[in-house]
Design a protein around this ligand. Sequence first.
Ligand code: GTP
Ligand code: SPV
Ligand code: MN
Length: 588
Amino acid sequence: MTKNKNVLSWVDEMVALTKPDNVVWIDGSDEQLEALTNESIAIGEMQRLNEEKLPGCLIHRTAINDVARVEHRTFICSTNEEDAGPTNNWWNPKEAYDKLGKLFDGSMKGRTMYVIPYSMGPIGSPFSKVGVEVTDSIYVVLNMDIMTRMGKDALKQLGDTSNDFVRGLHSKADIDEENRYICHFPEDNTIWSINSGYGGNVLLGKKCFALRIASYQGKNEGWLAEHMLILGIENPKGEVKYIAAAFPSACGKTNLAMLIPPEIYAQKGYKVWCVGDDIAWIRIGDDGRLWAINPENGFFGVAPGTNEKSNPNALASTKKNTIFTNVVHKLDDNTVWWEGLDKEPITNALNWKGEEWNSDMAEKGAHPNSRFTAPAINCPCISDEFNSPSGVPISAIVFGGRRAKTAPLVYQSYDWQHGVFVGSIMASETTAAASGEVGVVRRDPMAMLPFCGYHMGDYFKHWLEIGKKLGDKAPEIFNVNWFRLDDDGNFIWPGFGDNMRVLDWIIKRCEGKADAVETPIGYEPKPEDINIDGLDDVDLDIMKELLDVDVALWKEEAAGIHEFYKKFGDRLPSELMDELGKLEERLG
Ligand code: GTP
Ligand code: SPV
Ligand code: MN
């Protein structure tokens, strides 16, 4: 399929190491994918769902010990420990290659190796980059087909001589938790992942390449790889403004990216277009502004909570050619279900573990991190610019986390440098997207804590440098929090589609058409400047509560930021310490 000697010799090396019985090159043709789907079904890895209700859809259950990203077993293997920084697990590359080399040795005996060439980004776009993943999992092949541009075209894009491709080696091996490793070798453009079959651990184009390796490439090449959704807001005149937003895993990116404007906006002709729901590659364009592409080709979305009300566009995206992982399997009509899909009582079903289950049981049926893998083209609000080789121009960058208190509904940074500070101090409650305790507040700068492939102090510096290059062409930077709780533990803000009301203020601020008040943490809307027409549960007093900046809490926050910043030692840019000092001054 290729004459590229760099690819061929690397694949040979991986074959020699893992010793598969067969090697199959994935060309991306329908016939090949159909045959692989049938094989996957024959070996019991997947099941076909109801062809009328869910045409082309499949269901898969992972091993019970293998349901989320494993951050404690994820490593950045840079030559110097310092280059991985204090927020990553570091492993000496030689030791990592040795240890994993032993685990990979013969790991594909009796199995087939699939060689998957793929492009992150539209074929032919100057933003795009090629990867080759070798794997012993058909589930990986079929997911990569949805999530990337996979097959012959990707090899054509690479060409016959280039050596610029990311080498991804994956083997399920024995799905042994004790020997599960996700290792990144940024200096070698290489990713080795073993003993997992779950999403972010094994679809190597996604978090491993498009964020961890790409962030390192971006630092060296002058661009940004970010954990961000990209959406376009079309106003009644037909003008579209684009926003990129970084929220940690399972904190609302997919939902925001596909939001349906509330009636009062829809009537006026406002529309929202989805460019991406998880990852953005961002460059400075010829016009000096920031331009972004979504390097992915599908959505690997959280299933629970997705329903006709919360995210109808995501739900519609899953109605054909979609793979469901770890959801409930309804046996009567051979369809799927998850908590929060509807209120229908579920009988005669299997839970995510494959056990008999019904909705009277106390235990949840779908895993909280159960997912759908859906083609982007299925999304009713997919942007016309989705495949644009030059991407879309970004007017606003939004950071946000899941905070019960402290962070207000929305605020704007004073300038780019202050905005980088605002991103760097992001904190959020942990979710089921990664293994470990859920609901603990942790610092997660720019939602990149688990995904930055190099020293986070240098990452902040890189952000500051991009700002200097942008000058007055820099987008405005904001912070949002949809998750503020009242004293009874209920969300105060309705969220979902109603987040449009906040985006509206954000866009108006970018256009210089909305007022703001200065607070110690940044500019905030006046409570009456967020449009609450048609909202039953939010009045002006509640808006005030949502926008309240509790100085005592923020003083505690500042102390926490000092602690966090200490980790970075002298690699923390002095600009950020200055910003912290200024915040403390404003807090009094
Ligand atoms: P990853 O795919 O892990 O990166 O997650 P994500 O950031 O795309 O999160 P997603 O949109 O899938 O939302 C995760 C969870 O947050 C779901 O359970 C949603 O129901 C919930 N959620 C999303 N938006 C809102 C919101 O505006 N308000 C509230 N209260 N919950 C929300
Ligand atoms: C996330 O955890 O941020 C995800 C899912 O988007 S995974 O692909 O597993 O990383
Ligand atoms: Mn994500």
